[in-house]
Design a protein around this ligand. Structure first.
Ligand code: ACO
Length: 585
């Protein structure tokens, strides 16, 4: 099969959220610590009506509302334009009422899933692989995938490969790669794969609590996809105890947040370095007949960046780190990288002026503790960063902080253009672990219109504590070159334009447009229910209690059904044997 990738995307998040400024005041944190210091606006969380199974089920099925919205719009226009009579008849034919079609609550979910799949032209039988990535464990043996199988077995499809994937926030990426490999293998039987990434991130009271969140993203993987997975990827995997969950009677992780931040950035350095060198090899091979070039990968070759997002500030720092890596590798190449060099040398001049006065420690710390902790730019001597190998900067914490502050500031314009579109939803929902990176992709699709996304290359950095990390790319629309835009941009652009003129792109564009419409992120985020931090705390206390063994038997959820979206699945009961039951609301 050709052009394997993401054919369709769905995203589901809980209805409840707490505002981060309210949380700052409630927890006694200094004003701006969560909103500016961490860069988060709101945080999603679940009541006891939802768990990881219900989130996954709903994530797969969320679409009923869409059809109903169409129906309302259709009825409205039909009435306004005096053709109501005919249109109403048509609407009755094409959109029969819920009760008639579903035959009541019991059958509703099967109708919904078939609609979801049909919206994308897919029947339940067309799914040959389903895998769920999550670190929110509700059962130490039975997979989440097996629970989701309820949606398929009633339609007679029990021949579906795949199980759950576990490794912190990284598992979704492993699951995506394996699904693509399955399709590329001899064992592929021609059917689609589904990858679901779902997590509820909850932290004990304390500094990590504002970095929670929740979300599920489901992706349909198939050939001729509008979003393809690039052929080059670089991984960095090693052993560390930065974030882990050793206590099986608690939903909360054991986390050393600062260590985790360190590993996130160092893993990114390692991946980026390797990615650049892998691209260099591939460019040489790919272009041997076109150009004799030594061109290597640079961050400006990529149109958009998506990062795993524990909290937004770390994403900003991650991008700054990428720019610093470029600076280190290319700072002497003034001819080839004039733009890059010019920017940095003007930065140097301004710094030189400020550096006439020596940097005393008081001035340095006041600069560093400025808004968002990035106020130190003007007092940092960038010259000193020129020849320092990125991986060596971690040995001196103060030095590394100064460096990061300078490069966060320096890269801010590029960040707004290339990274910010993917951070829209993660800033409002918080960390959703395995789903976080793919929520970033949903955000990008929601923020940038389909035409502008065509032919774009998106870099994606997936990080899971512990540690597994990979840097890879998504290629949107049709791509001639698997790895990189050529140094001479025009050639590629001309090729792409020709390809667009010759056709085939219209289909891709409309698929992207459909994704954008169905995700409908703005509207759905605005439909959520905000609660006070006191209520948030109480709900989390209750959810923590649910982890105790006695509560895991014979439990009936008590929180209000108003805390759950209309089209969601809810947990109705955990019986005396610990079995969980769900029904669509
Ligand atoms: N106004 C503006 N900024 C402020 C303010 C304020 N009033 N107060 C503090 N800040 C800034 C600080 O300068 C700091 O910025 P910097 O990072 O640029 O230096 C930032 O806010 C955070 O302040 P800290 O004092 O470092 O915060 P604290 O130590 O209390 O906690 C932390 C932050 C470590 C991120 C914590 O929330 C945590 O542990 N979170 C969990 C992280 C996690 O889950 N990691 C796993 C990642 S992998 C995965 O996703 C599983």
């Amino acid at each position: 099969p050709e052009k394997i990738g993401i054919c369709a995307l769905e995203c589901y998040f809980p209805k409840l959220f707490v505002n981060q400024s309210d949380l700052e005041a409630f927890t006694g944190a200094s004003q701006g610590k969560y909103t500016i210091g961490l860069g988060q606006q709101e945080m999603a969380f679940c009541s006891d009506r939802e768990d990881i199974y219900s989130l996954t089920l709903t994530g797969l099925l969320k679409k009923r509302r869409q059809k109903e919205t169409y129906k309302i719009v259709f009825l409205f226009f039909s009435a306004s334009y005096f053709v109501g009579f005919f249109c109403l008849i048509l609407s009755a034919c094409f959109f029969p009422t819920k009760q008639k079609k579903s035959g009541g609550n019991k059958k509703k979910k099967w109708v919904v899933v078939s609609r979801l799949l049909k919206n994308n032209g897919i029947a339940e039988q067309d799914i040959g692989r389903l895998s769920v990535a999550s670190e929110t464990i509700a059962d130490h043996s039975k997979s989440i995938k097996s629970v989701v199988m309820q949606l398929f077995e009633k339609k007679g499809n029990t021949d579906i490969e795949g199980v759950d994937y576990l490794h912190a926030c990284y598992a979704g990426t492993a699951s995506l790669f394996d699904s693509v490999s399955w399709m590329e293998s001899e064992r592929w039987d021609g059917r689609y794969a589904i990858v679901v990434c779902a997590d509820i991130a909850e932290y004990a009271k304390g500094p990590a609590r504002p970095t929670g969140g929740a979300c599920a993203v489901a992706m349909l993987i198939g050939p001729n996809a509008p979003i393809q997975i690039g052929s080059v990827r670089a991984s960095y995997m090693c052993h560390a105890y930065d974030f882990y969950k050793p206590y099986l009677n608690s939903p909360y992780p054991q986390v050393d947040g600062h260590l985790s931040n360190h590993w996130f950035l160092q893993s990114l350095d390692e991946c980026y370095k390797l990615f650049c060198s892998k691209c260099k090899v591939q460019v040489r091979v790919t272009l041997i007949f076109f150009l004799n070039t030594n061109e290597s990968f640079r961050s400006d070759i990529v149109d958009y960046w998506i990062f795993h997002s524990p909290f937004n500030k770390l994403v900003r720092k991650g991008f700054a780190r990428v720019i610093f890596n470029d600076f280190y590798r290319h700072n002497d190449d003034t001819q080839k990288y004039p733009v890059l060099f010019k920017s940095f040398s003007s930065l140097d001049k301004s710094l030189q002026r400020h550096m006439q006065a020596p940097l005393d420690s008081d001035r340095a710390s006041s600069c560093l503790s400025g808004v968002g902790g990035i106020g130190g730019f003007e007092s940092v001597d960038v010259h000193q960063f020129k020849d320092v190998e990125p991986l060596k900067t971690y040995s001196n914490e103060t030095y590394n902080t100064e460096l990061m502050n300078a490069f966060v500031k320096y890269s801010s314009q590029e960040y707004d253009k290339k990274v910010s579109p993917s951070t829209f939803a993660p800033r409002k929902l918080g960390n959703s672990y395995t789903a976080s990176l793919y929520l970033g992709l949903c955000s990008l699709i929601s923020q940038v219109d389909a035409s502008s996304l065509m032919g774009r290359k998106v870099a994606a950095f997936s990080y899971g504590s512990g540690i597994c990390s990979t840097l890879f790319t998504f290629e949107i629309g049709n791509f001639f070159f698997p790895c990189i835009k050529l140094p001479d941009y025009c050639i590629v652009r001309v090729c792409m334009c020709t390809q667009q003129i010759l056709g085939n792109d219209e289909n891709t564009r409309s698929l992207l447009q459909t994704m954008h419409q169905r995700l409908n992120l703005y509207e759905r985020l605005n439909m959520r229910h905000k609660v006070r931090p006191q209520v948030f705390d109480q709900i989390l206390d209750r959810r923590e209690e649910m982890f105790h063994i006695e509560k895991q038997k014979s439990y009936r959820p008590t929180h209000s059904l108003d805390y759950v979206f209309e089209d969601a699945f809810v947990l109705t009961e955990i019986d005396g044997d610990g079995r969980r039951f769900y029904s669509p609301l």
